[in-house]
Design a protein around this ligand. Structure first.
Ligand code: UD1
Length: 417
């Protein structure tokens, strides 16, 4: 099993180009199933989850070619309605093919998903909402068997809880439903905005009518589409925290700073010096880090996907900080590993109490989920000595060329086989 070796401390200096967004690419790839015209996609990140989604689409009959950096997706002959456990087990976003398959064929069998070990992560909100569109379903042997006897029929749906995946699945399904669908209490993450923009470009009829409310008028065909996926805001945030933790100086390019205003404001409060331009962010990490209390919440709140990374930085703050995790119930798997490096973090329900003034010590560590893994890399980068991070396949699910990008800005990091 591959490991990462980090020889710290490293002060990161230089330029990092942010890749395309994994979490925007996944629903957009699923949505291509709706189309029988060619779709050309640019800026998909080279990460394992995208490879898994491409394999899932291929297993459903999609023809996919890569020409230079463009993905050409042809679903003209796509006719399979079965998404197997083998492909969905490692990636929760596999459930996103359910909406488009039902929209297109009125029937689908999709494995219940796997994904990160950060909570039970059910799909009840997806299924409850799909049933309002006319879908009947049964769960048998780990699979959702779903069919829409009269096709999907537009209606008003209010999500019982804000869910990124359920909003995406329902937006995609509703684009082909008969009549008008109004979805309210939607997630409004930038990746959802990107999906909506993609669908509009493909000829679908969607418009936001209030902050968390979208109106979708069903269409029955799409057109050939060229689309470039948005930047990865979590990757951008991770490198901003990397600069702040290592007292580094980084220029982060290929971003839209206003999309991550919340994260930038938090980092400024903690003491980082940040200047933004149209498509870049310049950050200088300071020695004195101020404590802060924060909670994760749906966009535009602070993202749960950056909670582990910011915790590393807060370990070095002058005083105690508290992070409240309001999205996932079990997303503190990194805490035990950070404590092994010398942090003093205690957990009280969904709160992490971080004592601050930590001088990390190098250690051998175990990665547990995608964002927890990268938080260990960040801690190791700023720590004197050799740290080893095991089980890094989690990192490969979501970070394109992590070691290469970090090496370019001065990190002493290498992959061991
Ligand atoms: C997406 C992101 C993930 C991010 C999360 C929250 C992708 C591929 N993944 O995950 O990186 O951390 O949003 O921003 O985009 N829930 C239910 N029932 C459901 C669906 C969700 O109870 O049917 C709960 C979840 O367990 C969780 C909360 O709702 O506690 C939010 O989950 P959701 O927004 O759906 O996250 P994902 O779409 O899985």
């Amino acid at each position: 099993m591959q490991k990462l070796e980090v020889l710290g401390p490293n002060k990161l200096r230089g330029i990092i180009d942010v890749s395309g967004s994994k979490n925007a690419s996944l629903p957009i790839l699923a949505a291509t199933l709706l189309s029988n015209k060619k779709v050309y996609l640019k800026n998909l990140p080279k990460v394992k989850d995208i490879e898994t989604m491409i394999n899932l689409l291929k297993s459903l009959g999609s023809k996919i070619q890569i020409n230079k950096k463009k993905f050409i997706i042809n679903n003209y002959y796509q006719n399979k309605k079965f998404a197997s456990y083998n492909l969905v087990k490692t990636m929760r976003a596999g459930i996103l093919v359910l909406g488009p398959l039902l929209a297109k064929f009125g029937i689908a069998k999709v494995s219940l998903p796997g994904g990160c070990a950060i909570g039970s992560r059910p799909v009840d909100i997806h299924l409850e909402a799909l049933s309002k569109l006319g879908v009947k379903y049964e769960i048998k042997q780990g699979y959702v068997h779903a069919y829409a006897p009269r096709g999907l029929i537009g209606c008003k749906i209010k999500f019982s809880k804000i869910s990124v995946g359920a909003t995406e699945n329902l937006i995609i399904a509703s684009t082909f439903a008969k009549g008008t669908t109004i979805l309210s209490n939607c997630a409004i993450e930038p990746e959802i905005e990107d999906l909506v923009n993609f669908l509009i470009k493909m000829g679908c009829n969607l418009s936001w009518i209030a902050k968390r409310k979208i109106k979708i008028i069903g269409v029955n065909q799409t057109r050939e589409t060229n689309y470039s996926v948005m930047f990865d805001r979590i990757e951008a945030g991770t490198y901003l925290v990397a600069a702040a933790t290592t007292e580094g100086k980084l220029k982060i390019r290929n971003v839209i700073p206003k999309v991550i205003k919340t994260e930038i404001d938090v980092l400024k409060k903690i003491g980082a010096q940040i200047k933004t331009k149209k498509n870049e962010i310049n950050i200088i990490g300071k020695k004195n880090i101020k404590n802060i209390n924060l909670k994760t919440s749906p966009y535009p709140g602070f993202p749960t996907d950056l909670q582990a990374q910011i915790m590393v930085l807060l370990c070095k703050a002058n005083k105690k900080s508290i992070i409240k995790e309001d999205i996932f119930e079990n997303r503190f798997m990194h805490v035990a590993e950070l404590n092994r490096m010398g942090a003093k973090i205690s957990i009280d329900g969904n709160k992490a109490i971080i004592e601050g003034n930590t001088k990390f010590a190098a250690a051998e560590l175990m990665a547990t989920d995608l964002r927890a893994s990268v938080s260990l890399v960040l801690a190791a980068l700023s720590t004197k000595g050799k740290s080893i991070i095991n089980r890094i396949y989690h990192l490969d699910r979501g970070y394109e060329n992590l070691e290469k990008k970090l090496k370019k800005v001065g990190a002493k990091i290498k992959r061991l086989n």
